[in-house]
Design a protein around this ligand. Structure first.
Ligand code: NI
Length: 218
């Protein structure tokens, strides 16, 4: 196995052992799907795939539910992990910078990525937030936070700041309007835009059916 592939395999095994029992939808299988999405998108772009794969594996290394909004912890843990696995300094800095900037922080908060490698990993993570998997993860996370499925009297909000976004206690269905249905138009790469289209349409059908059943029409 070439050196880079060996490093990726070792870091993947390390992340798998750390995140195999995480229960809020940011578990190892999320990381693995993002890694797969990142390779799939990367195959259509000219990018340093070593950086892409490492950033995909490490993007949620900060314990998500305890550090929402704290942007220092993810990059710091990424640096420690990459250093421990003997990765070169310039690669470490690039990966840490991607991990620091990629998260969604609310509908009104722009999150531009500086490099194509960052754009690919951000798209890969966002694809896992939409479609059938995205629906499952959204309800799992809402349950984890003790939120209602839906409240017809509570309207979705457009969060202008990351603080407002992170402290919401809105029902889970609102999250579709506050994040999931907005992601299709925020993809960076052509391949992610293409994949997002089908996942977006699926969520629209799902919501239609949800309201039909809620209101006794289906
Ligand atoms: Ni993620």
């Amino acid at each position: 196995m070439p050196l880079h592939q060996e490093t990726i395999a070792r870091i993947a095994a390390d992340m798998k052992s750390r995140f195999s029992s995480e229960g809020s939808g940011h578990d190892w299988w999320h990381i693995e799907r993002v890694w797969l999405n990142a390779r799939r998108i990367g195959a259509t772009e000219t990018a340093d795939m070593f950086v892409v794969e490492l950033a995909a594996l490490l993007h949620d290394i900060a314990d998500w539910k305890f550090h929402e909004g704290d942007e220092a912890i993810g990059p710091q843990r990424s640096r420690e992990m990459l250093l421990a696995h003997g990765v070169a300094a310039d690669t470490i800095e690039h990966v840490a910078q991607i991990v620091a900037t990629l998260s969604y922080k609310g509908a009104g908060v722009p999150t531009p990525m500086a490099t194509i490698e960052g754009k690919i990993v951000q798209d890969a993570d966002r694809l896992d937030a939409i479609g059938a998997i995205g629906i499952a993860r959204t309800f799992a996370y809402g349950g984890h936070k003790g939120r209602l499925l839906y409240d017809p009297g509570r309207k979705p909000e457009i969060h202008a700041t990351k603080e407002a976004y992170f402290k919401t206690d809105a029902p889970t269905v609102n999250h579709f309007y506050e994040k999931l249905l907005l992601l299709k138009d925020r993809m960076n790469t052509a391949e992610a835009k293409r994949i997002a289209q089908g996942r977006h349409e699926f969520m629209g059908k799902y919501l239609e059916r949800f309201y039909e059943e809620w209101e006794g029409r289906a």
